[in-house]
Design a protein around this ligand. Sequence first.
Ligand SMILES: O=C(O)CCC(=O)C(=O)O
Ligand SMILES: [Fe+2]
Length: 334
Amino acid sequence: MDSQLAPSNPSLIDFSSENLKPGTSIWISASKQVKCALENHGIFLVTHDKISSEVKNGFYQAVKEFYGLPTEKKCQFTSDKPYSGYLGKAADEFPSLKLLLLKFQLFESKQRLGQIIFPQTRSAHKTGRVSGLIRLMISEIMQSYSKQVAELHEVIIRMVFESYGVEKYYESFRESIAYVCRVNKYRAATKFTEKYVGLVAHTDLSFMTILHQNQVNGLEVRSNDGSWIPVDFPPSSFAVVAGDALMAWSNGRIHSILHRVMMASEEPRYSILLFAYKKGMVEAPEELVHEQHPLLFKPFDNLDLVSLAYAERVIVTEDKLKVLLALKDAICPS
Ligand SMILES: O=C(O)CCC(=O)C(=O)O
Ligand SMILES: [Fe+2]
């Protein structure tokens, strides 16, 4: 089931079996691989063919059309929420952030899964017909995509809870997941720049992030020995990335993975990310805290930390979680 593409590429775990149901031997074996990959590398790839190509391709198409709009139209996709709406202009504020970022707050809980919270446009009538149509297109396709990927998140999170023997907390945790979808576009590297930093090294503040890309590689992850490993995505695969909230929840058993994007391709790269945050407090289950594993992080509010990172412009640091928690005085003295 687990096959290694190349010695250094993240493990590839096959989730495409019809028989991947809780309690089956396939499920138990996949859960072991998930735990092992997360603990050792903080990332793995997963093949999952339940998300239709129609939805994936439709999404990329809609997003390309969006990026094709004149800048002033794109800039009308604004929102008061941190990092939301079209962030093309953010490049001025974050000089290292070369990408154009389009992020839509999607849905805040399972109950509201069918409801997209779109960034408000400055004025509806100014949005115009063309961008209105693209907006609708993205809205529908993003909704289908996110619903399907949210299911994958839930399967993996359930496996993690079961693997640590704390499945009794899974249902309430699941109810408190807030999903956020983001689409990144990285400009092609031109003949003037052979390679450029598309996105600086960082960890995600999420519990977990699931990432899909168009055919263009660029994601790199830092390995335990400090070297950067380019991630090679096989067709139909997604990368599952451990975030800072998972590191805190697991009381340091799993580490959030440092990653960045290096662009060398002559084609633009698009990536679609579904971040799973925990609404409310992130807290290690008591079963994961004992003498050999003293509590590393005091409970903190996951989405609060996202706002804090935004307000304080904390985007690049290896120990982002510690820096943010120190700001909130929530780090445990070692
Ligand atoms: O585009 C990618 O591959 C990575 C993007 C990413 O890490 C992020 O948006 O947090
Ligand atoms: Fe990231």
